[in-house]
Design a protein around this ligand. Structure first.
Ligand code: AOY
Length: 463
């Protein structure tokens, strides 16, 4: 099994579609859009990984034979002559043109993000054949990057009101590697989060960003405890020894060390252990201990832990009138974190006079796994075909759900240079001095002809 075999990286029914278009069909033009969803704009990311790993890999005779053998026993026809012709005519390089919005750019939903068409009429059937793999490659990283950026907006707003925005890049840490469906999903989703933030425990995401987007290590972490390292020191009575060891191993002047502290009683840990018995050692170390609750109702627990640490270690009131803990202690909440709970926690803290500077968030399942194609209602649809030399509009408009209507024509994305607004409209012939064309050709006839670096993508995604 070769996972770059595009003849098999599709839905079964697509193997029968080359026999279903009207005679004379020469070109099929399709587009990808987010038809709306939880967020009103999407941050485009991830296409380049797919182009490098899959779409730019030429098909071989071996792959064709593998596809044919599978189709025959699977219950589908197989376009053997078509694939062999593609191999002979183009050495297996796919005769497609893919245009896309620059990676990292944020575009209102309802606009075209990617278009695909075949470049040779013999291969009219290829455009839709790649939908399955292409749409899957785009919706997931784009949705992860979109939600991560929306959370960044929320945290930024609270930092602006209550504290110091310079801490923003490390306020949302990716804890999601263990909760995703596969290694590849960890890489893709983890890289998508790093478009917006610099903190991650998903090493695979950092590695994918480095492999596909030409960057130095783009994500950072710090030493941190897990429950096993806290509870193997002799149970409840040993927890303080585990904490003391964390200080001995990692607490150096200027360093950060995170310690999950809810193994038995998070409030006792904050007050009596960190805030009393270990207080001098914490202060003398010159480090910042990041106390991590990991159970209970997050807004309630975080507020209470911050209040306790405030009583024990003291705090200052900043110029915005909000309390900031002594620099030797902070809190990270990584349990029950999602778009909604982050708002609740920050609102609860602000309501009691505490700055967002005091906390960071760890987000796992909700960041990398609790999203799906419907989160932003992603679809790829055909919008035009050429039949016997004539372009025809293609669309659907079901009475049972107008939300599933599709667009017509050879579409492009434009940005109004005066208002900055994005509009989707027909592909224009000439340049226009008001409407700037936004889709760039990234893939042509088997080759990647435009690449983005991770730095460019991060710049495009800035808020
Ligand atoms: N990591 C900040 C650094 C990471 C983690 C990873 C699941 C960290 C914990 C922490 O402080 O506490 C995967 C749960 C936690």
């Amino acid at each position: 099994m070769n996972n770059t075999n595009i003849t098999l990286n599709t839905d079964s029914y697509k193997m029968s579609h080359w026999l279903q278009y009207p005679p004379g069909t020469e070109y099929v033009f399709s587009y990808i859009e987010s038809r709306g969803g939880k967020f009103s704009e999407t941050t485009f990311f991830g296409l380049q990984m797919f182009l490098k790993e899959y779409l730019s890999k030429p098909i071989t005779m071996e792959m064709i034979l593998e596809g044919k053998a599978f189709a025959e026993v699977h219950g589908e026809p197989f376009n053997y002559e078509g694939w062999v012709r593609l191999l002979d005519k183009y050495n297996g390089k796919l005769p497609l043109i893919v245009r896309a919005v620059p990676e990292g750019l944020t575009v209102p939903t309802g606009n075209v993000l990617v278009t695909v068409e075949n470049t040779d009429p013999e291969f009219y059937w290829l455009t839709s054949y790649v939908e399955t793999a292409l749409l899957r490659a785009v919706w997931y990283p784009t949705t992860v990057a979109t939600q991560s950026r929306e959370i960044k907006k929320v945290i930024k707003r609270y930092l602006e009101e209550t504290g110091d925005v310079s801490g923003l890049p490390f306020k949302l840490h990716d804890f999601g590697a263990r909760g995703v469906s596969s290694y590849e999903s960890a890489g893709i989703g983890g890289a998508a989060h790093l478009v917006n933030f610099m903190g991650t425990d998903t090493i695979t995401g950092a590695l994918f960003a480095m492999k596909y987007y030409d960057t130095e290590v783009p994500g950072f972490s710090i030493p941190a405890a897990e429950h096993s390292t806290m509870t193997t020191w002799g149970g409840r009575e040993g927890e303080i020894d585990a904490m003391r060891n964390m200080l001995a191993q990692f607490a150096k002047p200027g360093s950060l060390v995170a310690v999950v502290s809810d193994s038995y009683d998070i409030y006792n840990a904050a007050k009596e252990l960190w805030g009393n018995k270990l207080k001098e050692e914490v202060l003398n170390s010159g480090a910042t201990v990041v106390v991590r609750p990991d159970s209970g109702n997050p807004p309630e627990v975080v507020l209470k832990v911050v209040e306790i640490l405030g009583e024990q270690f003291g705090y200052e009131t900043n110029e915005k009138g909000f309390k900031v803990l002594h620099p030797s202690v902070r809190v990270i909440q990584g349990d029950g974190i999602n778009y909604e709970s982050i708002k609740e926690i920050l609102e609860t803290l602000a309501g009691s006079g505490w700055s967002a500077d005091n906390v960071a968030f760890g987000m796992g399942g909700a960041l990398l796994q609790q999203v799906n194609r419907d989160t932003q209602k992603f679809a790829m649809k055909a919008s035009a075909t050429m039949v016997n030399g004539q372009w025809r509009d293609v669309f659907k408009d079901p009475i049972t759900d107008k939300g599933k209507s599709s667009k017509k024509g050879r579409l492009a994305l434009y940005r109004n240079r005066e208002t900055g607004e994005y509009v989707t409209g027909p592909e224009a012939n000439g340049a226009d001095n008001v409407y700037e064309p936004m889709l760039k050709t990234v893939f042509l006839n088997g080759d990647i002809i435009k690449e983005y670096t991770f730095d460019e993508i991060r710049k495009n995604a800035e808020i």
